[in-house]
Structures are given as structure tokens and as C-alpha cells.
Design a protein around this ligand. Structure first.
Ligand SMILES: Nc1ncnc2c1ncn2[C@@H]1O[C@H](COP(=O)(O)OP(=O)(O)O)[C@@H](O)[C@H]1O
Ligand SMILES: [Mg+2]
Length: 284
């Protein structure tokens, strides 16, 4: 069976301005809250079609960065461009080209998956004639077709996350922003989400920026990562490059500890916090 019937491929077909070179480009991007600098002069370059991970402990500034890149929060200084469009001066063009799955659950539990998707389709201003085919394809892509008429409050955490991904990809954005997409998921559901994200990259050529404090996730999923600590990028590169920079036979946890001193603001070291969270997640 062909999956191309709905004609949803080539998401990056929307025209970019002259000089467009990367999916995401920031130059000394900064956000202050009063005297406090949450994001401190970060310069990023994300090549189209890659999965890019913004990694760092709680409070590092990951969500604030995503909010600026998705036009939800004004930068205090510096610039950011998405698919060649400036987030400040061309915010409308930016919004047409992005999808965003926030950290907090965003699907409506009192509606079915189909109804949630239809709401998104209307919100994105998708043509009535396109809606049905796109909804079907998104549901199929996320393996949700069979449960599409069930209320979302009966869904597992993994199914809800996949529904949110389906919502965010409906209009075939060139760049997808996912804020901690697998937090709270069990290991099996987490893997399913990873596998779907890789398929979005490979089949549709989407650029995906994810934030995570899960080093295994970063290692498996990301072509490139940037380590963020107290608002600054400490180091960036491919997972392999970062590991090599620290030593032989090291994993990303070691890289993290090496570059961030291993200390997390809430107290304890990174491994401790991760262990606690994993336990909490399993109980949830
Ligand atoms: N609206 C806000 N007002 C004041 N401080 C904020 C606001 N949003 C975030 N911060 C602060 O900015 C820092 C970075 O937050 P955030 O971007 O949410 O980090 P992360 O997503 O990496 O956990 C934190 O210290 C947080 O308390
Ligand atoms: Mg956050």
C-alpha cells in the first residue's frame, strides 16, 4: 500500500527568502527576565533535515530558547531566523513553517484524537478539502488510526504524545520544536516516539529541535547537540565528537558531567536527579 496518496511529502516546499541557508540560525540570542539572564547570547546553526538536541539541566534556558524561536517570547537582544525568516520582523512567516509540542500536555482529554486533530487543522487554517486526507495520514503515521475515535483521556502517555506529534505535523512544518517530548513516558513508549521522530526526519525531511535532559535520548536521536548550562551553550557538535572530546570509552552522561561540572542547581548530581525522575515516572 502506498502511503504517499495524500501528497504530504516535501514539507520544505514553502518558499524561503533569498540567502536561506539553515533551518534555524541564531546570533547572540538573549532573553532577560529583569536582571536575570535566562538565555545568554547563544549562537546556533541547525542544518535543514537534521535532528538537533538542546541538552541541559532544569533551568538551563531550553524552554525560553524554544519560546523565542517559536515567536512566543520576544528576544531581549540578538537575532533568530527560522527557515530564513526573522522571528521578530517576520513572525507570521515563521509561524506558518513551524510546529510546536510544548513541555506540558496540550491535547484535550475530553475530545477524541480525531476531534483534537480537526481543531488543529482549523487552527492552522488548512483548506477544508485537504483536512480529511491529512488527518488520516497523520493518524496512520503515528499509529493512532484504530483509537482515533476514543476520548484522549483514556489514552496512555505514549499515545497522547504521539497525538500531539500528529497535531504538530498536520500542516507539514519545515521545523518542528519539541520540548522534552518523552518526559514521563515508560521506556517502550519512549522508543516508539524516537522511532516516529526519526521517520519524520527521514520520510518528510523535517528539521526537528528537541530539548531533553536525557542523555540516552540525545545520543540515539540527535545528529547534533548543544549543551546548555545557565543560559549559555557550553559545547556543541555530534554526539560522537563530544564523546571524543572528553576521552575514550565515554558516554554522553560523562560528557555532560565534564562540561557542566555535574552540579545541578536543585542540588545533587545529574545521575541522581535522573534516577529520581525515572522512578517518579515509573510510578506516575
Ligand atoms: N517568565 C519568567 N519570568 C522569570 N523567570 C523565568 C521565566 N521563565 C523562565 N524563567 C527562568 O529562566 C530560567 C530558565 O528557564 P527555562 O527556560 O524554563 O529552563 P529549562 O527549560 O532549561 O528548564 C530559569 O531560572 C527560570 O526560572
Ligand atoms: Mg523546560
Amino acid at each position: 500500500m502506498s502511503t504517499d496518496d495524500a501528497g504530504m511529502s516535501n514539507p520544505c516546499g514553502k518558499k524561503a527568502p533569498a540567502g536561506y541557508s539553515s533551518a534555524i540560525e541564531t546570533h547572540e540570542l538573549t532573553r532577560k527576565f529583569g536582571e536575570f539572564t535566562a538565555v545568554d547570547s547563544i549562537s546556533l546553526h541547525v542544518t535543514a533535515g537534521r535532528i538537533f538536541g538542546l541538552i541541559g539541566p532544569n533551568g538551563a534556558g531550553k524552554t525560553t530558547t524554544i519560546k523565542m524561536l517559536t515567536t512566543l517570547l520576544e528576544p531581549s537582544s540578538g537575532t533568530a531566523k527560522i527557515a530564513g525568516f526573522d522571528v521578530r520582523s517576520s513572525s507570521k512567516e515563521v509561524r506558518k513553517r513551524i510546529g510546536y509540542v510544548p513541555q506540558m500536555l496540550s491535547a484535550d482529554g475530553g475530545l477524541t484524537a480525531y476531534e483534537n486533530l480537526m481543531l488543529s487543522a482549523k487552527l492552522y487554517g488548512m483548506k477544508r478539502s485537504d483536512r480529511k486526507a491529512r488527518l488520516e495520514e497523520a493518524l496512520n503515521f503515528m499509529n493512532l488510526r484504530e483509537s482515533s475515535n476514543k476520548l484522549v483521556k483514556t489514552y496512555s502517555g505514549g499515545m497522547i504524545r504521539r497525538l500531539e506529534l500528529a497535531q504538530a505535523m498536520l500542516h507539514m512544518p519545515a521545523v518542528l520544536f519539541l520540548d522534552e517530548p518523552t518526559i514521563g513516558l515508560d521506556p517502550v513508549a519512549r522508543r516508539v516516539v524516537w522511532e516516529r521522530l526519526m521517520a519524520m526526519k527521514e520520510e518528510y525531511g523535517m528539521t526537528i529541535l528537541i530539548t531533553t535532559h536525557d542523555m540516552e535520548e540525545a545520543d540515539r536521536l540527535c545528529d547534533e547537540i548543544a549543551l546548555m548550562h545557565r543560559g549559555k551553550i557550553t559545547i556543541s557538535g555530534t554526539p560522537a565528537d563530544l564523546k571524543t572530546s572528553v576521552g575514550t570509552d565515554v558516554n554522553l552522561d560523562d560528557v555532560f558531567v565534564h562540561y557542566s561540572g555535574g552540579i545541578i542547581e536543585e542540588g545533587g548530581n545529574y545521575r541522581d536527579v535522573r534516577k529520581t525522575r525515572r522512578t517518579a515516572n515509573r510510578l506516575a
